[in-house]
Write a protein that binds this ligand. Structure first.
Ligand SMILES: Cc1cc2nc3c(=O)[nH]c(=O)nc-3n(C[C@H](O)[C@H](O)[C@H](O)COP(=O)(O)OP(=O)(O)OC[C@H]3O[C@@H](n4cnc5c(N)ncnc54)[C@H](O)[C@@H]3O)c2cc1C
Length: 306
């Protein structure tokens, strides 16, 4: 029997680390996000595709959630273009500097606010933080089973899912009862492209904060009251047309502030170091154009490159 399933997909907007230039790192060694274009975290496209295929075959819904700055609404529009039914951004300054523990706590509160679900899908890992911890931590906080490194869905019955998971040198077949969290590998499926018709429709989708920004830019000479009225009018129009991206803050999801942002983040990145391993030990490369240039020169001279 085909039952409808409700899936939540966690998607993250990340800096595109596939095209690193000399400006990609700041002098202090941290990532210069402004110099890199923001993209849909690659593994999350596969997580979304897995959820959409279940919805297409069995019925149900797909809800996409991201936690991030207002600009991260773009990955939610990308989800809507591909077929997501609902899109939610958790946006709150008090969530800034969250490490994986705080991120997974905030996402768990958002998912609990969404309500009952059968599956939560995450990418295997994000290409910026690169920890692959958020999915497993999220499962713990939701109190549900987890299957990591999903490679293929073998079977879904009314109470459980059987999957093939990638274990590096091979694979294993495992089964878990629902509700269930899965982290998805890039080998799991071929993500569908954005559908032209949905793109035409959802490119106008906005969250509250984006509407506020657009109104402020368009009505520079207006007073606060006029701007607020226009913002309310535009938001209502979007809502009526089904083009409203829900925007939640930490109060909306009843989050305990001590577990969010800096106070909820025991991890501190004190220093980022570029290291080139050599037989003797390691070589430190200065995170500047000159540092990278001299490294490339050295690699060419010793025939490692070229
Ligand atoms: C250089 C650097 C090093 C860092 N090192 C650490 C560290 O060692 N430990 C640590 O705790 N934090 C670290 N962080 C912080 C880390 O970027 C954040 O914790 C981040 O929010 C989540 O971790 P991740 O990117 O590793 O996600 P992963 O655990 O790799 O992400 C797995 C999946 O979780 C979901 N997901 C993750 N973030 C979000 C989100 N914001 N919204 C929706 N879904 C999401 C996605 O489906 C994603 O594919 C580091 C950051 C930087 C810049």
């Amino acid at each position: 029997m085909l039952l409808p399933y409700h899936s939540v997909v966690c998607v993250k907007q990340v800096p595109d680390t596939s095209n690193i230039t000399g400006e990609a790192m700041k002098a202090d060694g941290t990532v210069n996000r402004a110099a890199l274009p923001a993209v849909f975290n690659p593994d999350d496209l596969h997580a979304l595709e897995a959820a959409l295929r279940i919805r297409d075959r069995h019925g149900g819904t797909v809800t996409a959630i991201t936690m991030g700055p207002l600009g991260a609404s773009e990955v939610l529009r990308q989800c809507l273009y591909r077929g997501a039914d609902r899109a939610i951004i958790v946006n709150d300054r008090r969530a800034a500097a969250s490490d994986t523990l705080a991120t997974s706590y905030i996402l768990s509160r958002a998912i609990k606010t969404v309500g009952e679900f059968d599956f939560v899908f995450c990418g295997r890992q994000a290409i910026d933080g690169d920890t692959a911890q958020v999915g497993p931590q999220l499962a713990e906080k939701l109190g549900v089973s987890q299957i990591t490194y999903l490679d293929d869905i073998v079977e879904i019955t009314d109470k459980s899912m059987r999957v093939r998971r990638n274990v590096g040198a091979g694979w294993e077949i495992v089964e878990a009862r629902m509700p269930l969290l899965l982290t998805v590998m890039d080998s799991a499926n071929e993500p569908r492209p954005a559908a032209a018709r949905r793109m035409m429709r959802y490119q106008r989708a906005r969250c509250d904060g984006e509407v506020e920004r657009e109104v402020s830019a368009a009505m520079k000479d207006a007073n606060d009251e006029q701007r607020e009225t226009e913002q309310g009018r535009r938001a209502e129009q979007l809502r009526m047309k089904g083009l409203f991206i829900e925007q939640w803050n930490l109060d909306d999801i009843d989050a305990d502030l001590q577990w969010c942002g800096l106070s909820g983040s025991p991890t501190k990145v004190h220093r980022v170091q570029s290291i080139v391993l050599t037989k003797e030990g390691f070589k430190e490369v200065e995170a500047t154009e000159e540092g990278v240039r001299s490294l490339i020169h050295e690699l060419i001279v010793d025939h490692t490159l070229g």
